[in-house]
Design a protein around this ligand. Structure first.
Ligand code: CTP
Ligand code: MG
Length: 224
């Protein structure tokens, strides 16, 4: 089975703000998308990396040139899930090949964590995701008053990569409401299929707000 990486990179970064889109913001000597691509380029088991950008994107081409393994697909859409489904539709892979969907904005992931997941899922029929256990005490509230404390023992923060057999993910995303889901696993869960959880990294943050840049600088610096 081959492993394909699909990077949704078509978001507008409304919470991040600024003039430069967050995926093209520089951290150290590289942009966020270059850091992300470099992680996957360190994994020889990856056959191809498809970066899905919006049709109007004028920045991606120079970063795609860093390796022949990278292909740009200008089929991004107005939600992450639609961008991913459009990307799946232009992948040239077999039905049971693996697809690893990874946010362009998660540039601090380590190759080792991804390689571990590839190994653990080798024989699996569905797929799995990276996640980390919730460590804070959780409150359920209405109108800023606590209704109850939620047992955190079974709760996780979902991360990416989220890795699925191509046919499973394609069927899942083709049959769910793409305007409401915020990750790929939730579409597969809705089919009633078992999605496995693997230990992610606390440092595998998704750049969301401008203050996340400082954190990403720290984590990327620690890995050099
Ligand atoms: N993404 C995408 N297409 C969209 C929305 C998001 O490809 N229509 C991508 C983003 O580029 C990002 C990843 O999905 O790499 C995670 O999304 P998020 O962090 O929410 O990024 P944005 O949607 O760009 O940010 P915001 O929600 O603040 O607007
Ligand atoms: Mg978003």
């Amino acid at each position: 089975m081959s492993n394909y990486v699909l990077i949704p990179c078509a978001g507008s970064g409304s919470r991040f703000g600024g003039v430069t889109q967050k995926q093209y913001t520089k951290i150290g000597d590289k942009t966020v998308i270059e850091h992300t691509l470099n992680v996957f380029l360190q994994i020889p088991e990856i056959a191809e990396i498809v970066v899905v950008v919006s049709n109007s994107d004028t920045d991606i081409d120079k970063y795609a040139l860093i390796s022949p393994k990278i292909r740009v697909a200008r089929v991004g859409s107005d939600t992450r899930a639609k961008t991913v489904l459009n990307g799946l539709n232009v992948l040239n892979c077999e039905v049971d090949d693996w697809v690893l969907v990874h946010d362009a904005a998660r540039c601090c992931i380590s190759p080792k964590t991804i390689k571990d997941m590839l190994l653990k899922l080798t024989e699996d029929k569905v797929g799995g995701i990276l996640a980390i256990p919730v460590s804070d005490t959780l409150k359920y509230s209405n109108n800023e008053v606590i209704i109850k404390t939620v047992d955190r023992n079974s709760l996780y923060h979902a991360q990416t990569p989220q890795m699925f057999r191509y046919n499973v993910l394609h069927k899942a995303l083709s049959s769910c409401d793409l305007s409401v889901i915020t990750d790929d696993a939730s579409a597969v869960e809705a089919l009633g299929l078992p999605v496995r959880l693997f230990q992610g990294e606390v440092s595998n943050i998704k750049l969301t707000y401008p203050s996340d840049i400082k954190l990403a600088e720290f984590y990327l610096g620690a890995k050099c």
